[in-house]
Design a protein around this ligand. Structure first.
Ligand code: TRP
Length: 349
């Protein structure tokens, strides 16, 4: 089987129980710990287990709410590639490609748009909350409102069936599956249903305690952060506002530092005894903050160092993306031939 770069198409790989994986990032900023625990860890695991694994940089999707700022997308394309490579995504195992350079995705999106109503697009809870954050109202760019349709095309052009994502992406997977149903009903059995794969921590809270870590909320710890950045961010975290003196009893629940320790601290026995002490009183905030700084630095340091090394040769990164894009286009052409045939728009042989 030709699983890796230079492989020979997707139809040969597809079988009843083959695992084809696709995931992606919008190049709108560097990636943070929320991405790491929500999706990247699963990407790394799946690239070893899947029959075929794809990673896409969603620049077209990034442009749906950044039409007036193409430099931002262009600059961040390399950043998200670096983040993933530094975490261990391996271009020999995962085909890494750029969305805009596979025009068949745009073609498939246009055809899928007929299968979705505007009312349905407006009901998508993730899009709804993003629209609210951006203050769009009715003046939402049409491309932004419809990006879940383009995301369905990202997934389906590769016939992927396993999608490692954070839980904010579940509505997009649901919409993709509705498109699968409609397409198959109108044009015959062509696509299979897709499954999300949610990380151990589907949603990481921000350093400010907000329910989501996000660049726009400025509450993220980045995979490229220095020890100094990490320290500053952890020190600014809320603990328990009633825990003023070291000897005061403190609350562990709703305490941002303990929420992070629950996720990242692998020594659960020690953590439980720290919690007990904190509840009773006698444990200072700086002790738990220093512990968290040490743990996060241990995770981020090797990523940051690998990232720095890789960033010295950006040309090689672009070469990886160029090669991966060539592979993705082989798949795209195969799928579009199937789609055009199913839709009876294959006029010229
Ligand atoms: N919407 C995803 C995000 O914001 C990025 C993305 C684009 C994606 N296309 C995808 C994720 C296909 C999974 C599958 O993070």
């Amino acid at each position: 089987m030709c699983k890796t770069i230079g492989f020979c198409g997707i139809i040969k790989i597809m079988s009843k129980d083959s695992k084809i994986v696709l995931t992606g990032d919008r190049p709108t900023g560097k990636l943070h710990l929320g991405h790491f625990v929500g999706s990247i860890q699963n990407r790394l695991k799946l690239q070893n287990e899947a029959d075929k694994s794809f990673y896409m940089i969603a620049d077209v999707q990034g442009l749906t709410d950044n039409a007036n700022n193409p430099e931002k997308i262009r600059d961040n394309l390399i950043e998200v590639a670096l983040d993933n490579l530094a975490c261990g995504l391996d271009p020999k195992k995962t085909t890494m490609f750029i969305q805009s350079q596979v025009p068949e995705i745009a073609e498939l999106t246009v055809l899928f748009l007929n299968l979705v109503t505007v009312a349905r697009l407006k009901r998508n809870p993730t899009v709804k909350s993003e629209m609210k954050d951006k203050g769009y109202g009715e003046d939402v760019p049409a491309g932004f409102l419809a990006y879940p349709v383009s995301q369905a095309a990202d997934i389906l052009f590769t016939h992927s069936n396993l999608i490692p994502v954070g839980d904010d992406q579940l509505p997009q997977i649901e919409q993709a599956n509705e498109i699968v149903d409609s397409f198959n009903r109108f044009y015959g059995e062509t696509f299979k249903k897709v499954k999300p794969l949610i990380g151990n921590t589907p949603r990481l809270i921000g350093t400010d305690g907000n329910s989501k870590m996000s660049k726009s909320l400025n509450n993220g710890i980045y995979l490229s952060d220095s020890l100094e950045d990490i320290s500053k961010k952890v020190i600014s975290m809320y603990t328990d506002p009633k825990h003023i003196h070291v000897e005061d009893p403190g609350s562990v629940e709703g305490n941002v530092v303990f929420t992070y320790l629950d996720i990242f601290d692998s020594n659960k026995t020690e953590l439980e005894s720290l919690k007990e002490q904190y509840r009773k009183g006698g444990l200072g905030d700086m002790v738990i903050k220093k512990r968290l700084i040490g743990i996060l630095e241990e995770i981020i340091k090797p990523i940051r160092e690998k990232r720095e090394e890789l960033s010295k040769d950006k040309e090689s990164i672009m070469k990886i993306l160029e090669e991966g894009t060539k592979d993705a286009r082989i798949v795209a052409k195969e799928t579009m031939a199937e789609v055009r045939k199913a839709m009876k728009i294959n006029y010229f042989k």
